[in-house]
Each structure stands twice: as structure tokens, then as C-alpha cells.
Design a protein around this ligand. Structure first.
Ligand code: SF4
Length: 263
């Protein structure tokens, strides 16, 4: 095994700034083969990522965490991705239903500490259960989303899952996302057209007033401190020295030390 740090990726990230999302998706497949999957919560950016996979790599697995308390429209969007785009969506679930969890631990999402525990149990843990099957996970974060995402790197190491997070869409602007959606008539989560700029669990998501920040509807009942669940590592306070351990030959391929894999 060899250690890969965020610092090791500085040069590669710099080179990748000029790459298109399609090129970055194809690079991921060429490097990681069967050990790369995408992740989507079936929100708009994730819908666009799903469409990109539909066009160029429909066989790639798409991980979808069903917390058991999602909006019906979210599940319907997932089902449309399978039926109409032929995507290989893998639904991950927490160990307990929300009713079982509440019977054991109480209504966690009504307190600041409880929300962290609930998101860990219902979002992060299901992903960790399958993390050993993957060396890389493709996400749909964009710098245009602002907040902690404004500085999101294309390649980020995720110590929690010991995977490389690949964010092929980070440089897509809002205008480019709009244009892609229109040109390709992408299936979009229907609640975005009903006052929900972002959509999470039905317990913790509300519509957003026009003058509010776009993530104001997430955990509104807990106050403005909480705007991310933590399933995306770069959403949290940046760790200055994250590292993951991967097979040496894979680290060589990632860093372009094996010329066959360079693009
Ligand atoms: S968003 Fe709310 S209901 Fe969903 S996992 Fe997090 S705290 Fe629990």
C-alpha cells in the first residue's frame, strides 16, 4: 500500500482544471475500472451527473443513500434514472428504520448534536458499509454552489471512506448547468420547481424564500449553523493533511507515473 495525500494531488488538480466533465469521468474509469462509482442524492447537479453517465458510461454504479425519510419525489427521480437512462443505481439504506431509530434513541434530528448522529447513522454509515468496494467516488459538487464548496478541488482524498473523491463538475457555472439541462432535456428532481433549491430528508428540508440563501431550507429548525450533512468530505472544515492508503500501483496510475494511463 502507499499513502496518497491531498498535497500529492496539487499538480494533477492544476492540470485537471482545463479538463471537461466528460474527460474527468473517463479518466476515472480508466484509472479505477470497476472500483469507481458515482454518488447522487438525485438533486439537480446529481441529475446532470447521471445524464453524463447515461451518455458515456451507463454501466457505472450510482450510489444512492435512501435514508428512509426522503421525499416521494426523490425516490421517483431515482426510479426514472433507472428506467429512462438505464443507470445502474445501487440503493444504500441505514440499518434501522426511522421508527426503530426513534424508539431506541429519540427524535435525533430536533437537536444540534442529534442531527449529527442522525446524519451519520442514516447517510454516512450506509456509505461506509460499501466503501471497501471502491477506490474512488464521483460526486457532483460545484464551486458555484458557494460556501465551503467554492474552493472544492477536482480530486480530494476522503479519509473516512479511504477513497479518492472526484468532482468532475466543479467548474460548471450555473449558466453552463442550465444550458446542459436544456440541451439534453435532463430529468430533474421536480421539487426544485416548487421552491426547494436543494432537497434532503423530508424531516429536515423546507422550501426557501426568494431572498434567502439557497441552502436556508436545510435544517432550518436548528438555526443557520448547519448547512451540510457531512457525507461530502470537502463540505466540512478543511482538513489540512488528509491522506488515504491505496495499492502502490494504483497511486502510480493516479499520479501519472505509468505513462499508459496518462491523458
Ligand atoms: S437530514 Fe435530518 S432526518 Fe435526514 S439523516 Fe440528517 S438529521 Fe436525520
Amino acid at each position: 500500500m502507499a499513502r496518497l495525500t491531498q498535497a500529492d494531488l496539487v499538480d494533477l488538480n492544476s492540470t485537471f482544471e482545463q479538463r471537461t466533465p466528460d474527460e474527468l469521468i473517463q479518466w476515472s474509469k480508466s484509472i479505477f475500472g470497476e472500483r469507481v462509482a458515482a454518488i447522487s442524492a438525485m438533486q439537480r447537479s446529481g441529475n446532470i451527473l447521471c445524464h453524463m453517465l447515461h451518455r458515456i458510461l451507463p454501466e457505472m454504479k450510482v450510489l444512492f443513500v435512501d435514508t428512509g425519510v426522503l421525499f416521494e419525489e426523490t425516490l421517483e427521480t431515482r426510479d426514472r434514472m433507472v428506467k429512462e437512462y438505464g443507470l445502474n443505481v445501487v440503493t444504500l439504506s441505514p440499518k434501522q428504520t426511522m421508527a426503530e431509530q426513534t424508539a431506541d434513541l429519540g427524535v435525533l434530528y430536533l437537536s444540534v448534536d442529534g442531527q449529527k448522529q442522525c446524519c451519520d447513522l442514516r447517510k454516512t454509515q450506509p456509505l461506509l458499509e460499501v466503501a471497501d468496494d471502491y477506490d474512488a467516488i464521483l460526486g457532483s459538487l460545484r464551486r458555484s454552489d458557494g460556501g465551503n464548496r467554492a474552493a472544492c478541488p477536482i480530486l480530494a482524498v476522503d479519509p473516512a471512506t479511504n477513497t479518492l473523491r472526484v468532482n468532475p463538475m466543479v467548474n460548471l457555472s450555473d449558466e453552463e448547468l442550465d444550458a446542459y439541462e436544456k440541451e439534453n432535456d435532463v430529468i430533474i428532481h421536480p421539487l426544485h420547481a416548487q421552491g426547494f433549491p436543494t432537497v434532503g430528508c423530508n424531516r429536515c428540508t423546507t422550501p426557501v424564500m426568494p431572498e434567502e440563501p439557497r441552502r436556508a431550507g436545510r435544517w432550518r429548525h436548528l438555526g443557520p449553523w448547519s448547512v451540510y450533512c457531512g457525507i461530502n468530505p470537502t463540505d466540512l472544515s478543511p482538513d489540512t493533511s488528509p491522506a488515504i492508503d491505496l495499492p502502490l500501483d494504483l497511486v502510480d496510475r493516479i499520479l501519472g507515473r505509468e505513462t499508459d494511463f496518462m491523458i
